[in-house]
Every structure is written in structure tokens, then in C-alpha cells.
Design a protein around this ligand. Structure first.
Ligand code: GDP
Length: 205
């Protein structure tokens, strides 16, 4: 499998453990978990692949809303990266959306091994209404989270910076959020090394 330099910082071996479509499918809590969350199509699969240094660990799909289960990846048996279903896909059937939302909420509120959430926000658009919803839910559940801005290569440097400043201004109102937003591009590799370092730091808390 192709690897990029620095991927080893997190661990050598990434192993897909299971995909849970309902609460009964969740693996028993064990090692610390870091969960990736975000709107459908935000670039979550691409970012997980970039962080892992693998091309196709989390599937990159052009069909928004296709990832409907919580996927668990173990890294060297030391920690788990958790890929949550993308939210906010307008064309998905209502009861399907309600099902994922319940599953995500249940996981985020009740998972004893969850150390931190990485909340992905599209770096072209900034915080949207359903991002605010999940942020408020995380605040209420006192689950700490870090905002990651994605797809920075799609906008100018000035625009990326403007969105970062706006996003950080919004974060001030969210008590469980870390104050800074990390700007990334899975495509160009911006911010990926910082994100790996951050994950290592967060998992040790
Ligand atoms: P997910 O639904 O959140 O898992 O999003 P994907 O990773 O499947 O990405 C959605 C779309 O955005 C795909 O067409 C990706 O190729 C594209 N994409 C993801 N990350 C980036 C990025 O950093 N830069 C650019 N230009 N496109 C990206």
C-alpha cells in the first residue's frame, strides 16, 4: 500500500475493524477513539485517507450520503479512528436521515472511549446551519471537538484565511470547541502533518 512520509507518526498499521449501522453493531469500548464528523461531501473520506497515508482506506464516494455506518479503524491496537456518517444530505429519505442522526447522537453522547471529535467544515463555505446543530449538541454533551476546514486548495489563500477567521469567531460561542480551526487540503496535503500531530496529542488526553 502506498504510504506518505509522516504517516508513521500515528502508527504503522491501520486496520478496518467494523462498520456499525445501528447501536447493536458498535464494537465493545476499548482503546481511545478520535471521531471524524462532518456534512456529507465535506471531504471526510479523502481526509482520513490522507491522514492514514493510504489511497483508499475510507472510501471516497461521489455519491453524497452513501456512508451510512460508523466505521472503526484500529491503529496499531493503540487507538481507533472513527468515521461517522456524513450528515445534511438533503436528498436522502427522511427516515434514513433520522436513523443516522440517532446513531450519531447516541455514539457522540454515550461513548466512554471517545476522546475528541474532529469536526470537518467545508473551507469554501464555513459553518452552516447543520454544523451549528452538531456543535451545539457536542457542547451540551461536553464532548470536546476541533474544527478542521477542508478543501483549502479550492479557494484563494486570502479566501481560506477569511473563512478561518470567520469560523474561529463562531467557535468562541461554543464552549466544547477548541478555539482554533485547522486549514487542510487532502488533495494538496496542506495541514495533514499538523493534523496527525494533533491526533497524537488529543488521544493522549
Ligand atoms: P465525504 O462525503 O465527506 O467522505 O467526502 P469525499 O472525501 O468523498 O469528497 C467529496 C468530494 O470532494 C470528492 O469529489 C473529492 O474528490 C473532493 N475533495 C475531497 N477533499 C478535497 C480536497 O482537499 N481538495 C479538493 N479540490 N477536492 C476534495
Amino acid at each position: 500500500m502506498p504510504e506518505v512520509p509522516g504517516a508513521r507518526l500515528l502508527g504503522n498499521e491501520w486496520l478496518f475493524i467494523t462498520g456499525a449501522a445501528d447501536p447493536g453493531g458498535l464494537p465493545a469500548p476499548g482503546v481511545p477513539e478520535i471521531a471524524f464528523a462532518g456534512r456529507s461531501n465535506v471531504g471526510k473520506s479523502s481526509l482520513i485517507n490522507a491522514v492514514a497515508g493510504r489511497r483508499a482506506l475510507a472510501r471516497v464516494s461521489n455519491t453524497p450520503g452513501r456512508t451510512q455506518q460508523i466505521n472503526f479503524f484500529a491503529i496499531d491496537d493503540k487507538m481507533m479512528v472513527v468515521d461517522l456518517p456524513g450528515y445534511g444530505y438533503a436528498e436522502a429519505p427522511k427516515d434514513t436521515v433520522a436513523g443516522w442522526t440517532d446513531l450519531i447522537r447516541m455514539y457522540l453522547k454515550g461513548r466512554v472511549t471517545l476522546r475528541h471529535v474532529l469536526l470537518l467544515i467545508d473551507g469554501r463555505h464555513g459553518v452552516k446551519a447543520n454544523d451549528h446543530e452538531i456543535m451545539t449538541m457536542l457542547d451540551r454533551a461536553a464532548v470536546p471537538y476541533q474544527v478542521i476546514l477542508t478543501k483549502a486548495d479550492k479557494v484563494s489563500v486570502a479566501q481560506a484565511e477569511r473563512i478561518r477567521v470567520e469560523t474561529e469567531a463562531a467557535l468562541v460561542k461554543h464552549p466544547a470547541a477548541r478555539p482554533q480551526a485547522l486549514v487542510t487540503s487532502a488533495e494538496k496535503g496542506y495541514g495533514i502533518e499538523e493534523l496527525r500531530e494533533l491526533i497524537v496529542t488529543l488521544v493522549q488526553r
